[in-house]
Design a protein around this ligand. Structure first.
Ligand code: FAD
Length: 281
């Protein structure tokens, strides 16, 4: 089923993101998917790694498994920065054969492939048949890290939507007020599409330092205090950050957002605890 149709039907969707196992790491996908599917999300998304670091394959297979074995809708991420047009056409043909209805079209982080046919995600979106696939794209409430400004990034976002994106999923953010301002700005720019909120629970100070460095997301004072207070106690840090995420989600839902997309980092217990936290609020 097309994710845009699911969003249309629901007040707010709930979705999870997972990544395929890297070739050197044993991951029990069945365990992860079983636990996540039991939480009855509207869909599960599967990342795709650019540059062939071992996790490049498996995305389509896992997206198919989610549908066929776990009876849950899925979306396959598709990265174009490391691909030629022929590579992408082959991947789209596989997706179609597998019965996958949804593609998250991404540029990916830059990789040194001079013969790639794609500069930006919009170029990928243009060659995906919107009748065969519902197309999602990435959005950045604080602007993409390489972008000169948020306004410039929103111009490029408009190009992505005009190229055929049916919905957007955001980069993680911790400050809801920045997201609400972003929604206002894109609305003013004439971007009228569904926007799902990316929420990432913090599991360690190192993880969040990495994310700030990679994505340039800002940390509200409350989250900084949590990180400092529980720096040496992983259990307490996770407990406090799950509580933070639950309160953040509660506020977003009250605001009537289109959906909540949780970056589970393949840890279904964390998703379970957030959902349980939401039920107690
Ligand atoms: P684009 O929309 O192409 O933007 C990339 C940069 O180019 C931005 O700075 C933008 O402002 C700029 N730009 C766009 N158009 C133009 C233009 N016409 N002229 C000049 N500049 C322009 N990465 C993975 O490798 N695998 C994944 O599975 C994955 N999943 C993700 C899921 C979500 C929800 C999000 C938010 C990100 C994900 N990423 C993933 C990360 C993503 O690949 C990176 O953030 C990447 O750097 C940008 O991808 P994009 O599709 O947003 O690119």
């Amino acid at each position: 089923m097309r994710i845009s149709d699911i969003i249309k039907e629901k007040k707010s969707t709930l979705s999870f993101e997972i990544f395929p196992p890297k070739s050197d790491v044993a991951l029990d996908m069945d365990y992860i998917l079983g636990k996540l599917a039991a939480l009855k999300p509207d869909f599960i998304s599967v990342t795709n790694s650019a540059g062939g670091n071992g996790a490049a394959s498996g995305t389509a297979e896992i997206a198919r498994l989610i549908k066929t074995k776990y009876n849950t809708e899925s979306i396959m991420h598709l990265v174009c920065s490391d691909a030629t047009k022929a590579d992408i056409e082959a991947k789209l043909a596989t997706a179609e054969n597998y019965g996958i209805d949804n593609i998250l079209a991404l540029r990916g982080d830059k990789v040194n492939r001079p013969d790639s046919d794609f500069c930006y995600a919009k170029d990928l979106i243009k060659i995906i048949d919107g009748n065969k696939f519902c197309i999602g794209a990435a959005a950045y409430p604080e602007g993409h890290i390489d972008s000169p400004s948020l306004d410039a990034d929103i111009e490029y976002l408009k190009q992505k939507v005009d190229s055929g994106a049916d919905f957007l999923t955001t980069q993680l953010f911790f400050d809801n007020s920045l997201f609400f301002e972003f929604l206002e700005k894109i609305k003013k720019r004439g971007i009228d599409t569904y926007v799902l909120c990316g929420i990432m629970p913090v599991l360690s100070k190192a993880q969040i330092n990495r994310m700030i460095f990679m994505c340039g997301v800002s940390l509200p004072g409350k989250m900084v205090k949590i990180l400092n207070k529980y720096e040496n106690s992983t259990d307490d840090l996770i407990k406090a950050s799950i509580e933070y995420a639950s309160v953040q989600i509660e506020e977003l839902l009250k605001h009537g957002v289109d959906g909540i997309h949780i970056y589970t980092m393949n840890k279904p217990e964390i998703a379970e605890r957030i959902i349980a936290g939401l039920r107690t609020i």
